[in-house]
Design a protein around this ligand. Structure first.
Ligand SMILES: C[S@@+](CC[C@H](N)C(=O)[O-])C[C@H]1O[C@@H](n2cnc3c(N)ncnc32)[C@H](O)[C@@H]1O
Length: 306
């Protein structure tokens, strides 16, 4: 099995696991990098691993030994559907975005360096593909989408170029058009930001995240931990706002005369602000470079007195 390096592993385990014999939910199982180490280090702990990608779950099943299989249950589920679970967890982990497996398999359509179908769905059985999204969008909406889901400054030019040159046979052809409209982008590939924005739109990632966080809070036992790694500023803003609001902070826009957001005191932040990976980790795992880790603990009694 090729080595998979989970992002901010030590920091995540420290935040996620408060009870060594507890029950944990990994809402973004991926390659089960974090969950596998949790099971190794805590022989009494159990994990429920969820992912919306059926291929990821199949792979984890193949790669899991019998002892871990006894303590690792797997369910195909989007985190917007976590409310279907009728159990309590001592910790819930979200390690957001796509996995290296999804990115590096050209057949999934996430890659801008190798040609693949215009797909980009994490769940290959649901929702519109990238080709369908591009077929039904006009230049203005596409531009706004690129602007809102990435920090791409040339969103207008890129949207115009994408609409003018389509339809596309594969992701490499689309990437070439994006790159030439984006112009030089320093060290990163000129298609990176736009591909990220398109992926976030295809998978409805911010809506999923908002629902996922709300669902997770309802599944947490008292003193259970909510741990989130975000890789994009839009995602991290949403996580920060959610944690602030649910730990009693006001999230109303500045300048309004009286608070209208009704803060709830259900969580306690485990630390202020955000934690980021150490330089040594980024040196060996460049995927970690944009990671932002936040975590909170559920108070003894939540809004329904649990
Ligand atoms: C960064 S990877 C997780 C990596 C994992 N922590 C590990 O170390 O192996 C993110 C995973 O979350 C899944 N995912 C993303 N959005 C999801 C959603 N809304 N519901 C369920 N799974 C999702 C992706 O399919 C992907 O497998």
């Amino acid at each position: 099995m090729e080595r998979h390096v989970p992002v901010m592993l030590e920091e995540v385990l420290e935040a996620w696991v408060a009870d060594p014999s507890g029950s944990y939910l990994d809402a973004t199982l991926g390659r089960a990098g974090h969950s596998r180490v949790l099971l190794e280090r805590f022989p009494e702990a159990r994990v429920l691993g969820c992912d919306r990608d059926a291929e990821a779950l199949e792979r984890v099943k193949r790669e899991t030994d019998a002892e871990h299989q006894r303590r690792l249950r797997l369910i195909k589920l989007s985190f917007s559907e976590l409310d279907e679970l009728a159990e309590r967890f001592d910790g819930v982990l979200f390690d957001l975005g796509v996995s290296s497996e999804q990115l590096s398999d050209p057949g999934r359509g996430f890659s801008f360096s190798r040609p693949g179908p215009l797909d980009m769905r994490m769940d290959s059985a649901a929702g519109p593909t990238l080709a369908e999204l591009l077929a039904g969008i006009d230049e203005e909406r596409l531009g706004r989408l690129i602007r809102d889901y990435s920090d791409e400054r040339r969103w207008r030019r890129i949207a115009r170029a994408i609409v003018d040159h389509g339809p596309y046979t594969d992701t490499a052809e689309l990437a070439a058009v994006v790159r030439s409209a984006a112009g030089p982008s320093g060290r990163i590939d000129g298609a990176t930001r736009t591909f990220q924005a398109l992926r976030m739109a295809v998978n409805d990632e911010l809506v999923q995240l908002e629902r996922g966080l709300n669902n997770a809070l309802d599944l947490l036992a008292p003193r259970g931990r909510l741990v989130v790694i975000a890789y994009h500023s839009g995602e991290d803003r949403l996580v920060k706002r959610f944690l602030r609001h649910r730990s009693g902070g006001c999230v109303c826009p500045p300048g309004i005369p009286a608070c209208r957001c009704e803060p709830r005191e259900e969580l306690r932040l485990l630390w202020r602000g955000v934690r980021t990976p150490r330089d040594e980790e980024i040196a060996v795992n460049p995927r970690a470079r944009s990671a932002k880790l936040r975590a909170a603990e559920r108070l003894e009694s939540g809004r329904d007195g649990r």
